[in-house]
Design a protein around this ligand. Structure first.
Ligand code: MN
Length: 205
């Protein structure tokens, strides 16, 4: 694993629930540190300095190669595999950052903020527009969408990133969350799925 890139506002319904609009020409990115990643099954400590920890279930793409200034076809060919993850967010601190025009790091890039499933090799996985991304918390369905609902598809996300950063093998990309983001509490158990491809379970402690 190398860097962890994340795209914001990549499902229209989620952008709407956040009071934001979707920019079809210029995707919005932020990063998490690689040591924020938490393995499948591990407990996730409730972070400090927040009273509003939110879940965002997302497909995670792992790159098997790199490059710069790629077109979408070349960018799509870099995908090594797929997983499912949670872009955990201190929503209260994010709202303050938005209001003040401050960066999002303290809201998005904190310790343990990126639980990710085991990765499945693309060669061994069927992932397409009808693949479903889903999150249950304590057995209750919280988020569900088809990948076809993404505003920017995977090749276009990677191509856009490659104009901003030199990408390399081992980079991970969170591809955005659908509507239904909500709070997690201590003791909650989460179960995220990219159907027939990847699964992630854990508990907030
Ligand atoms: Mn997100």
């Amino acid at each position: 694993m190398r860097r962890v890139f994340c795209i914001g506002r990549n499902y229209a319904e989620h952008a709407r629930e956040m009071g934001a609009s979707v920019d079809k020409t210029a995707p919005m990115f932020f990063c998490k540190p690689a040591d924020a990643v938490v393995a499948d099954g591990a407990d996730v400590p409730y972070p400090s300095v927040t009273a509003e920890l939110h879940h965002e279930v997302e497909m995670v793409v792992a790159l098997g190669g790199g490059g710069r200034e790629l077109d979408p076809a070349a960018a799509g060919a870099l995908v090594w595999g797929y997983g499912v993850g949670l872009d955990l967010t201190r929503r209260d601190l994010q709202a303050q950052a938005k209001a003040k025009g401050h960066p999002w790091d303290v809201a998005k890039a904190f310790d343990h903020s990126a639980p990710i499933s085991a990765l499945r090799a693309a060669a061994d996985a069927s992932v397409g527009a009808d693949t479903v991304l889903r999150l249950h918390v304590n057995g209750e369905l919280r988020q569900q969408a088809r990948l076809g609902e993404m505003v920017h598809d995977v090749p276009h996300i990677i191509a856009a990133l490659s104009r901003l950063f030199e990408l390399k093998a081992g980079d991970l990309v969170f591809t955005g969350t659908p509507a239904g983001v909500a709070a997690l509490q201590r003791g909650d158990r989460f179960h995220a799925e990219l159907t027939d491809v990847a699964e992630l379970q854990g508990r907030i402690v």
